[in-house]
Write a protein that binds this ligand. Structure first.
Ligand code: NAD
Length: 371
């Protein structure tokens, strides 16, 4: 377990967003909508180059009276699903740290060694840099496998797996026990983040998905959240918040997102509503989900068509730019802050608006002059 001191003084800036600029807007900050003919004329190379041209937009939330403050100093966050600096979990950690929260991580056991090695060698130092110049620190880094609730659930082959050897206390209940303060590590928790998913047959259409693959997707990607809220809920301070990451495939058909992963996301969203009610009544904790647009994370690259999805979103979403992970991080930070104290049971889309479209503007079948 790595244990590093935490962070932050006055969080005058909540989150520095790296936001892509798609193309120069004719006037003002918002690009005028493109006609289909213009979309067609907008060469992919130029689009890709423009996506790389990122600008930094600082979201100000100052303690000096200007802007709405998101001040999470003194709050403790536990984030499951960080194994590098490329995904949503890292971006959420960074934004929460910018707001002053203390961050502890649950890192998937097979990924822990490489994560800690990279961390200790400074590979993440650039991404760890906060707007106050300091590096984001983690109070605790726990090994975790969200597929197992207790040690009794762990089959022998996993116990003996060399990637698990040398680590202990990594089931959900054991992580929660550490957080409960048995090890005096974390104490009460204010923010719980579930930023993980796994579907071993994700590349198979549902029609070809095995029972085993389907249930594995549900276990890792949906029940893991139920398990976390069950076990961490009692440790959370009233007014706390839990958040998970979902995908539009929960309620729209996304060919290629298979293996039961669409079903897993549908379950996650339904569970968000039920958990909001149950954990709201029992622990006074809010439960929300963010439905994120496509991001080229490690997990997404494993699915195989993430670049196509990013291009598709760019061409067809109302806002034509690539999604930056920190845009999800800042919404997560808002949802976990007192500013969102009346928001619970919601699925909030952070996808440049792609989910509201009923028509693909770049479809070859459209009459371009009429669109
Ligand atoms: N990348 C996208 O386009 C996209 C879009 C919408 C939603 N999401 C969701 O965002 C969340 C985070 O994914 P990401 O895309 O940032 O990728 P990521 O690779 O950064 O995160 C996935 C994490 O899950 C962890 N993990 C896998 N199985 C685990 C287990 N059994 N126990 C504990 N951890 C486990 C991995 O180690 C990894 O850190 C996921 O729920 C994903 O479905 C991603």
């Amino acid at each position: 377990m790595a244990s590093v001191a935490t962070v932050s003084k006055a969080p005058s800036v909540v989150c520095a967003l790296r936001t892509s600029v798609a193309r120069p807007a004719a006037s003002g900050a918002v690009a005028a909508p493109l006609k289909a003919s213009q979309v067609a004329a907008f060469a992919p190379q130029r689009a890709m180059a423009a996506r790389r041209a990122r600008s930094t937009v600082a979201v100000q939330a100052s303690a000096n009276g200007s802007g709405l403050p998101i001040d999470l100093r003194g709050k403790k966050a536990f984030i499951a699903g960080v194994a590098d600096d490329q995904g949503f979990g890292w971006a959420i950690a960074k934004c929460l740290a910018e707001a002053g929260a203390e961050i502890s991580l649950g890192v998937w056991v097979p990924a822990l060694n490489i994560f800690e090695t990279s961390f200790n060698r400074g590979k993440f130092d650039e991404s760890r840099r906060l707007s106050n110049g300091k590096l984001m620190e983690f109070a605790n880094i726990y090994p975790m496998d969200a597929v197992f609730d207790t040690l009794d659930d762990v089959p022998q082959d996993v116990r003996e797996n060399k990637r698990y050897a040398g680590n202990e206390g990594w089931t959900v209940s054991e992580c929660a026990a550490k957080a409960r303060g048995v090890a005096k590590d974390v104490g009460k928790i204010d923010i719980l983040v579930h930023s993980l998913a796994n579907g071993p047959e994700v590349q198979k259409p549902l029609l070809e998905t095995s029972r085993r693959g389907y249930l594995a997707a549900l276990s890792a990607s949906s029940y893991s959240y139920v398990s976390m809220v069950q076990r961490f809920g009692p440790l959370m301070n009233p007014g706390g918040a839990a958040i998970s990451l979902t995908y539009v495939a929960a309620d729209r058909v996304i060919p290629g997102y298979g293996g039961g992963m669409s079903s897993a996301k549908a379950a996650l969203e339904s569970d968000t509503r039920v958990l909001a009610y149950e954990a709201g009544r029992k622990y006074q904790v809010r439960v929300n989900a963010i439905s994120a647009g496509p991001l080229g994370s490690r997990a997404a690259k494993a699915i195989g068509f993430i670049d196509d999805m990013i291009r598709y979103s760019y061409e067809n979403a109302p806002i034509q730019k690539e999604l930056a992970a920190t845009e999800v991080g800042s919404v997560a930070t808002f949802l976990c802050s007192p500013l969102a104290s009346a928001v619970t049971g919601q699925v909030v889309y952070v996808d440049n608006g792609l989910s509201v479209m009923g028509l693909a503007g770049d479809s070859k079948t459209l009459d371009r002059t009429a669109a």
